[in-house]
Design a protein. Structure first.
Lengths: 239, 786
């Protein structure tokens, strides 16, 4: 007997996003349908300008679609107010960015504490940093950390609130291969151990194999949606 | 053709227009005060000089009891005297239609061919020499009463009631500022000047062929001091009351004191504004150059020379300077116009020679340029030194590191957002210091502006509530025995009468001499009291003098020293009296002694020449009528009315002045906080957007920005209080003249208001900038590193 499929964390229906600057209209997304299941690790692939970031920003409540509807579980994000979106991000979403976005005036521990202070059921900052292997660098300022270390602090900061989803926009984009692998391993670990549904944007096809599922975007549309039958560990990835 | 760099300049300016404007306004404020005060001062000075010159204002003045007219020729013959003229002057009580209380006037004889202090006829004509009833009036007084040429009024002249006819209105360089003897404020309704032909004046006073006032003009290069001594020697047998120069001529002294205060204003406040503006230019340009690092590197790489790039940024600073200067000059002229209009109520000139304060404009331009260049210097220098390759790399991330301050912060267990505020201040101490200094300057300027009202309040309180509680003061035509006080008590409505004795004196210590007045205080007097600046009631001693600090300093005496006291009116005794105490006295330069001691030193029976009255309100009309009918009374001052006038004058200007002060004071705070916050937002939009992404509300993110500004403002407040206190003290010292010494008094209310205004201004500016955070597009702010 098969279990009933878990309800999706995210579901997006016909999501379209048009940016208008003056007379020019840029179609970033053209009717995207998408579902993300609990505990799933999805890699979002696509060339630059394919709409990956726009999609993730909309899922994360940073942006609203021009058309279409987006649900987080049973809540419709496309109808939420600015305040509700803020609370949604605070309580449910962890973000990891290409350029880490750490607060330079706070140490690693304090950057994580920034989140744990406003989250509902956070882990201790030390625990989050331990999970990404930075127990010994907790009192360093961002300027004193390497790129990979900074990104791992960012991941610790994202997971410390025990988010329901982790949205990562090119988390390895600014890192060399070896460091990037460390970061991927950290993300992989979080997904496996905490079961956090994770969306990982990349234009690096080599990374696809660590995901449960790979979605390829092109010209604002879903070009393919493939389930990986065999996954590899991040340590086996190289580029 | 406009080069590409210049186009960039214009666009840069447009992009940071609000910041540019904020700096230009702070700078403009300084220039405005400079130009305004200078243009006003110069206009008054030029007008004064022309008016004095054209109408032959005398250099030295003196009075005598009575001297034959021939003595004028003796004085004219003295070394250093170019011209001398004598006249008869006396006080008169007037009875005017529509005025229940008596007005007083000073009557001046008018020679057939006046050679000095020439009156200028503004309307009508001068009285005919042979018509005993014709007189000319000073314009403000005639205007106040509508006494047009042809009008008639009644006057008590030397005890006789006479009807006089007005022939004309005149102005005189002697009376630019007209104040009744013993009055505190000019009052054109109650005090007038009457010019009467010499022959009629002589007849009225029974002084034909005699004079009691002499004025003279010095020849070029003459030594005024020597001439005054010589004049005093010549007039001594005739009861000379002591010659004095223009510096002690009441009208001139008041005008000079005002001009001096304008000079102080021009010197005191502008530097604060210029300094803050320089800091702001430094802050904004430093930030711009940091932001345009890569562009500077590029410009260098493609072959622009360092001086060309430097000049580009200096031009940006100069543009701010030009903007501030133009705004300052424009508002300065406007302020000057308003001030000259205000002065027209007090100082009467027949014409105005307007000055645009051209000198001030140039000085202002130079200062504006110096200010912005000073501010730009360091930032531009940094740009020049950047090697191109390095410049094109993004700047190293701000290196935070742990210091003792961090251990303290960690121990305090602050929220991380609060921690961000503290770390930001610690990381950029220079920037925080600029904000701190700027905001405290704002507080200081406000404290310094508002405290004037405290001082005037204190002065008014001392003057009206403590020192002078009488309703009226009668001046007697001559000294009388104490019986006069009992006679005054018998006048209608008088509930209390107290005598006093005042005598013009010359105080001499060795070769230093000063003119003053000696006040004899009768024991048991309650209507008037001697009160010092701190409100202490002082009982004058019987065996010596109490003298004000400024006079003591001028004469070089202290307690225990002896002064030679020469009385300048009958009985013209010369006394040798010890100084018993030196006091701080805000208004007036009189010396004091207990009356019994004075009369025993004079070996004479007690006398009075001033009577202070307490009266019942319902009988004032009867009292006024009785005073008009009593020839022995030469003058009347109504203290309740004086207080009303004092308060009214103050209230009239209070709102306007408080608003202006508040605006310019708050402008500094706004300019500083706005710029500091804008720079924070520009540099940290990325960081602050990250907070929003992580689920911090607008309020929480705004807290990081506004919190830092307000924390700095809070730290700046006490600094500003101290600075303001010091500035106010300096201002009182520099502004004090022989005529007016403001007591130094700052109330808590002043600190409170200054604090409130600055807090509101800073919060407003910070919140205004916070709104920009709402406009930051979260998605793009995260992608783009500067």
């Amino acid at each position: 007997m098969t279990q009933a499929p878990a309800p999706p964390v995210f579901s997006a229906r016909g999501v379209t996003r048009v940016y208008r600057t003056g007379a020019v209209a840029v179609w970033a997304l053209r009717g995207v349908d998408l579902e993300l299941a609990e505990r799933e690790l999805v890699v979002l692939l696509g060339a630059s300008g394919s709409g990956k970031s726009t999609l993730v920003n909309i899922l994360g409540g940073l942006d609203l679609p021009s058309e279409g509807r987006v649900f987080f579980r049973d809540r419709e994000l496309t109808r939420a107010s600015d305040r509700e979106l803020t609370l949604f991000r605070r309580d449910h979403v962890g973000f990891v960015f290409q350029f880490y976005n750490l607060v330079p005036s706070l140490t690693a521990r304090e950057n994580v504490a920034l989140v744990t202070e406003i989250a509902r059921n956070p882990m201790r900052p030390e625990e989050a940093l331990e999970r990404v292997g930075l127990s010994d660098r907790m009192d360093h300022f961002p300027a004193e950390l390497s790129g990979g270390e900074q990104q791992r602090v960012a991941i610790a900061r994202a997971i410390a609130k025990r988010p329901d989803v982790l949205l990562c926009d090119e988390p390895t984009g600014a890192l060399d291969s070896a460091t990037g692998v460390q970061v991927l391993a950290a993300l992989h670990e979080v997904n496996r151990e905490l079961g956090t549904a994770t969306v990982l944007i990349t234009h690096n096809a080599a990374i696809r194999k660590i995901a449960h599922r790979v979605i390829v975007l092109a010209d604002g549309k879903v070009k393919s949606d493939t389930v990986n039958t065999t996954r590899i560990a991040p340590e086996q990835v190289s580029w | 053709m406009v080069g590409a760099l210049d186009r960039k300049l214009v666009r840069d300016l447009r992009r940071i227009w609000a910041q540019t404007l904020a700096i230009a306004l702070v700078l403009g404020c300084g220039i405005m005060m400079l130009v305004g005060a200078q243009a006003t001062q110069q206009t008054l000075r030029d007008t004064q000089a022309a008016w004095y010159e054209r109408h032959r204002f005398a250099d030295v003045f003196t009075g005598v009891s009575r001297a034959p007219a021939s003595v004028v020729a003796d004085i004219a013959a003295l070394d250093g005297v170019a011209q001398a003229e004598g006249r008869i002057s006396f006080a008169a009580m007037l009875d005017l239609d529509g005025m229940e209380e008596p007005a007083t006037a000073q009557v001046l004889s008018l020679p057939e061919r006046p050679g000095l202090n020439l009156p200028l006829v503004q309307r009508g004509r001068l009285p005919a020499p042979d018509n005993a009833n014709e007189v000319a009036l000073n314009e403000p007084f005639a205007e106040a009463h509508g006494l047009f040429p042809g009008a008639r009024f009644r006057a008590v002249l030397n005890g006789q009631l006479r009807e006089l006819e007005v022939t004309g209105w005149v102005l005189s360089p002697e009376f630019v500022y007209t104040m009744a003897p013993g009055a505190l404020l000019p009052d054109d309704r109650r005090f007038g000047l009457i010019w009467m032909p010499e022959t009629s004046a002589g007849a009225v006073m029974d002084m034909s062929g005699a004079v009691n006032q002499i004025s003279l003009r010095l020849s070029r290069g003459a030594d005024e001091r020597a001439v005054i001594d010589a004049v005093d020697r010549v007039l001594d047998p005739w009861g000379g009351t002591g010659a004095y120069g223009r510096d002690r001529q009441s009208s001139h002294a008041f005008l000079e004191s005002e001009l001096q205060q304008l000079g102080v204003m021009a010197a005191f406040l502008p530097p604060i504004f210029l300094l803050v503006a320089a800091f702001l230019v430094n802050m904004v340009l430093g930030r711009l150059i940091a932001l345009e690092r890569a562009q500077i590197g590029l410009l260098k790489a493609i072959g622009y020379s360092a001086p060309e790039i430097g000049w580009h940024y200096l031009k940006l600073a100069l543009a701010i300077g030009v903007l501030g200067w133009a705004a300052g000059a424009g508002f300065g002229w406007w302020i000057a116009e308003a001030m000259i209009g205000l002065y027209a109520d007090f100082f009467r000139f027949p014409f105005l020679i307007r000055s645009q304060g051209t000198g001030a404009l140039w000085v202002g331009a130079a200062l504006a340029a110096a200010t912005v260049l000073l501010g730009a210097g360091r930032a531009v220098w940094a740009a020049l030194r950047l090697p191109p390759a390095e410049a094109m790399q993004p700047p190293a991330p701000p290196g935070f590191s742990r210091g003792p301050a961090d251990r303290l912060l960690a121990w305090m267990q602050l929220r991380q957002t609060t921690m961000m505020i503290f770390r930001s201040i610690l990381r950029w101490p220079a920037r925080a210091a600029i904000t701190l200094v700027g905001v405290s300057a704002s507080v200081a300027v406000l404290v310094m502006s508002y405290f004037i009202f405290d001082s005037v309040d204190a002065l008014s309180d001392t003057l009206f509530s403590q020192a002078n509680r009488q309703h009226m003061t009668l001046t007697l035509a001559e000294s009388r025995p104490e019986q006069a006080v009992r006679d005054a008590h018998a006048l209608p409505g008088v509930t209390r009468a107290e005598g006093a004795f005042a005598m013009p004196v010359r105080l001499v210590n060795g070769h230093v001499a000063r003119l003053s007045a000696l006040q004899g205080h009768f024991p048991g007097a309650t209507l008037t009291q001697l009160v010092d600046d701190s409100g202490r009631v002082i009982t004058p001693p019987e065996d010596g003098l109490v003298i004000p600090q400024t006079l003591a300093t001028a004469l070089g005496v202290g307690p225990g020293d002896h002064l030679r006291v020469e009385m300048l009116a009958p009985p013209r005794r010369v006394l040798d009296l010890p100084v018993r105490a030196v006091i701080m006295q805000g208004l007036g330069q009189e010396v004091h002694i207990a009356a019994p001691g004075l009369f025993s030193a004079m070996e004479s029976a007690p006398q009075v020449n001033t009577i202070h009255l307490s009266v019942r309100d319902d009988q004032i009309p009867e009292l006024h009528a009785a005073i008009k009918a009593t020839p022995a009374i030469a003058g009347l001052s109504d203290w309740s009315d004086l207080r009303r006038q004092f308060d009214a004058t103050l209230a009239e200007n209070l709102l306007a002045m408080v608003s202006i002060y508040t605006m310019i004071g708050a402008l500094i705070a706004v300019g500083v906080v706005y710029n500091a916050a804008r720079i924070q937002v520009a540099e940290r939009s990325y960081e602050l957007a990250t907070l929003r992404v992580m689920g911090f509300s607008r309020l929480q993110v705004g807290y990081v920005l506004v919190g830092e500004m307000m924390l700095l403002t809070l730290i700046a407040l006490p600094l500003g209080w101290v600075m303001g206190y010091g500035l106010a003290q300096g201002l009182v010292t520099t502004m004090s003249t022989d005529v007016i010494q403001l007591p130094f008094h700052i109330s808590r209310r002043t600190f409170g208001y200054a604090t409130l205004v600055v807090l509101v201004a800073a919060l407003g500016a910070a919140l205004l900038v916070r709104r920009r955070l709402d406009r930051v597009d979260l998605a793009t702010a995260l992608k783009a590193r500067e």
